[in-house]
Design a protein around this ligand. Structure first.
Ligand SMILES: [Zn+2]
Length: 209
């Protein structure tokens, strides 16, 4: 939608410039069309390049080339679900190649990535976990509690992909596990999701999550 508005505005300013060059006076109309085209064009470029960063992070975790798409404004208006992210699974049990993030989760991820990252809000922490969680669905894990537990153990890597230092990434992992994980619905929790538990991906180190 935004891309179409940009193209229409650019076409309009191009037409106005042509007519101006031919002697019709459009001195005011040209910037009136061109300035919003440049602003919206920059927003669209920034939105897409951030999606590309999320896709690279998710591909790294999924171990294959996947896409992460952020919900658009119009999609958010039509979305009746409260899910922060979504990956479709095919009838044969394999995941789709594209995961979707809801508008608020994307906004929080982008705010974190472009902010100073030293003092993340709990919404930032949750959004980072949502990206890690959907990346593990894209890797082929369907079970919610296993997906969530795998994601908790890579949330620091996701944060690093967004620009966090190792210390900042550790703090995010510990904060999610302490503050958010215990409040997740039962389907997302697992008693073995703990240090040296069956879902500990690296039971021989002291690091948790
Ligand atoms: Zn899930």
């Amino acid at each position: 939608m935004r891309l179409w508005i940009v193209l229409v505005l650019l076409a309009g300013s191009g037409a106005a410039a042509t007519r101006h060059a031919m002697g019709h006076r459009h001195a005011l109309l040209i910037p009136l069309l061109l300035v919003p085209a440049l602003i919206l064009g920059w927003q669209e470029w920034s939105f897409r390049s951030d999606q590309d960063v999320f896709s690279v992070i998710a591909s790294e975790i999924a171990g294959r080339d996947v896409r992460v798409e952020c919900q658009r404004f119009t999609g958010a208006l039509l979305d009746p679900t409260a899910e922060a992210g979504y990956v479709q699974f095919n009838p044969d049990g394999t995941p789709a190649d594209t995961g979707r993030l809801e508008r608020d989760a994307c906004r929080d991820l982008r705010a974190y990535m472009h902010g100073n990252r030293s003092d993340p809000t709990i919404q930032h922490v949750i959004a980072i976990q949502v990206l890690a969680h959907e990346a593990f669905h894209l890797s082929g894990i369907r079970d919610e509690s296993k997906t969530e537990c795998a994601a908790i153990q890579r949330i620091d890597d996701v944060a690093a992909g967004l620009g966090a230092t190792p210390t900042q990434g550790r703090a995010i992992a510990e904060r999610y596990y302490a503050e958010v994980y215990p409040r997740m619905p039962t389907a997302y929790r697992n008693d073995e999701c703990k240090q040296t538990g069956a879902l500990d991906a690296s039971p021989n180190d002291d690091e948790w999550p």
